[in-house]
Design a protein around this ligand. Structure first.
Ligand code: UFG
Length: 355
C-alpha cells in the first residue's frame, strides 16, 4: 500500500485505540469523517472492541478504520505504519495506567510509557508528521493548593510513577515545540473518565480487581463483588468522602475531536483540562449508581487510600472558549450508561461471541 488515504478530512493514528478512552475517540473520529489507524498491542485491551466499533459506526465508516497490532515501542512496526499511511496527526493513548501497579513496577512504567513516546515522536519526526495530541491527566496537578484547577495551576509532585510518566511526557513534548517550531502539541488533562457508549456496546473493561471507583461500583451492581470499599470518610469535604470531577467518556472523546479540529494549521504547545467543572463525592456516586441500577448498593467505609487527594475538579473555561467544547453529560447519564454497558456485558468483552 502506498500512502493510503480515503478521507479528505485527514488520517489520524490512534495509539492505544482499543482501550477505554481510545475506542470511544475512534468512534467519534470515524463519525466525523476521519481515516483512523489504530496501533494497539492488546496488552490491556480486547480486539473484540473493533467489532463493536464497526457495529456502532456502520460498514461505510468502518472501511476507514485500520487496525495494526503492534507495540508503540516497536520502531520497525511504526515505520511501516508511517510508510503505508499518510498520517496527519497522532492521538497518543498507549501506556500503562494502573496507579498502584506503577508503584511496584516503576521500571516497567517509566520504560514503557516514556520509551514508547520517544520512539513515536522520533518516527513522527522522520516522516514529517509533527502534530500530536497527548492523553495526559489531572494527576499532574498533584495535591492542589486551590480549586478549581486551571491550566495555569502549578504542576506539583505526583504520588506515583504512573503520574510522573504523564508529568514527564508533557515536558518531553513541550521540549519538542521549543527545539523545532514546526511541532504542534496539545496536552489534554483528563479528570476522571467514566460512563460508556450509550449503545451498551463499549465500555470500561479492567482486568482483575478494578482500581478505580466506577468499574468497582459497576461490578458490585452486577453481583461480581460484594460491596464498595469507600476509601476514607474523614476528608474535609461535605460528606467526608473524596471528591472528583467525573466526566463521561463520550464527552472526553468529543473533546479530542474538538482539539484536533482546533490544531489544524497551528504550531506550539497548548494544554487543556477536560472535565465538567463539578465535584462529586464517593457517596454521591454510589447513590447515583444505585438509582441507575435500581437497588441500594452496599458499601463499607475503609481507611484512606495512600496517595489520594481530598478533592479535585477542573475549571473548563479554556476548552470552552478556545475549542468551543464543553461536557454535556451529567452524573446520572454517566451512571446510566455505565450500568447499561455492565449489565449487558457483565464480564466485559470476555463473553462476547465475535471473532
Ligand atoms: N475510591 C473508593 N473506592 C474504590 C476506588 C476509589 O472509595 O474502590 C475513591 C478514591 O479514594 C477517590 C475516588 O474514589 O476518592 C476516585 O478514585 P479513582 O481511583 O476512581 O480515581 P483517582 O481520582 O484516584 O484517579 C484517577 C485516574 C488516574 C488519574 C487521576 C487523576 O484513575 O489515572 O484520576 O486525578 F491519574
Amino acid at each position: 500500500m502506498d500512502n493510503q488515504k480515503l478521507s479528505p478530512k485527514g488520517c489520524i493514528l490512534v495509539t492505544g485505540g482499543c482501550g477505554f478512552i481510545g475506542s470511544h475517540t475512534v468512534v467519534y473520529l470515524l463519525n466525523e469523517g476521519y481515516d483512523v489507524v489504530v496501533v494497539d498491542d492488546l496488552s490491556n485491551a480486547s480486539e473484540k472492541v473493533l467489532d463493536r466499533i464497526d457495529t456502532i459506526v456502520g460498514d461505510d465508516a468502518a472501511e476507514r478504520l485500520t487496525f495494526v497490532r503492534a507495540d508503540v515501542a516497536d520502531k520497525d512496526a511504526l515505520e511501516t505504519v508511517f510508510d503505508e499511511f499518510d498520517i496527519d496527526a497522532v492521538i497518543h493513548f498507549a501506556g500503562f495506567k494502573a496507579v498502584g501497579e506503577s508503584v511496584t513496577k516503576p521500571i516497567e512504567y517509566y520504560s514503557n510509557n516514556i520509551g514508547n513516546t520517544l520512539v513515536l515522536v522520533d518516527v513522527m519526526r522522520d516522516h514529517g508528521c509533527k502534530s500530536i495530541l497527548f492523553s495526559s491527566s489531572a494527576t499532574v496537578y498533584g495535591d492542589p493548593d486551590a480549586l478549581p484547577l486551571t491550566e495555569a495551576s502549578p504542576k506539583k509532585a505526583c504520588t506515583n510513577p504512573y503520574g510522573w510518566t504523564k508529568w514527564m511526557i508533557e515536558e518531553i513534548l513541550r521540549s519538542l515545540t521549543i527545539a523545532d517550531p514546526e511541532w504542534n502539541v496539545v496536552l489534554l488533562r483528563y479528570f476522571n473518565p467514566i460512563g460508556a457508549h450509550p449503545s451498551g456496546l463499549m465500555g470500561e473493561d479492567p482486568k482483575g480487581i478494578p482500581n478505580n471507583l466506577l468499574p468497582y461500583v459497576a461490578q458490585v451492581a452486577v453481583g461480581r463483588r460484594d460491596a464498595v470499599h469507600v476509601f476514607g470518610n474523614d476528608y474535609d469535604t461535605p460528606d467526608g468522602t473524596g471528591v472528583r470531577d467525573y466526566i463521561h467518556v463520550m464527552d472526553l472523546a468529543s473533546g479530542h475531536v474538538a482539539a484536533l479540529d482546533w490544531m489544524v494549521g497551528r504550531t506550539g504547545c497548548e494544554v487543556f483540562n477536560l472535565g465538567t467543572g463539578k465535584g462529586t463525592s464517593v457517596l454521591e456516586i454510589i447513590r447515583a449508581f444505585s438509582a441507575a441500577c435500581g437497588r441500594e448498593l452496599p458499601y463499607v467505609i475503609e481507611p484512606r487510600r495512600a496517595g489520594d487527594v481530598t478533592a479535585n475538579y477542573a475549571d473548563c473555561a479554556k476548552a470552552r472558549e478556545m475549542l468551543g467544547w464543553e461536557a454535556k453529560y451529567d452524573i446520572a447519564d454517566m451512571c446510566r450508561d455505565s450500568w447499561n454497558w455492565q449489565s449487558k456485558n457483565p464480564n466485559g468483552y470476555a463473553d462476547s461471541n465475535e471473532a
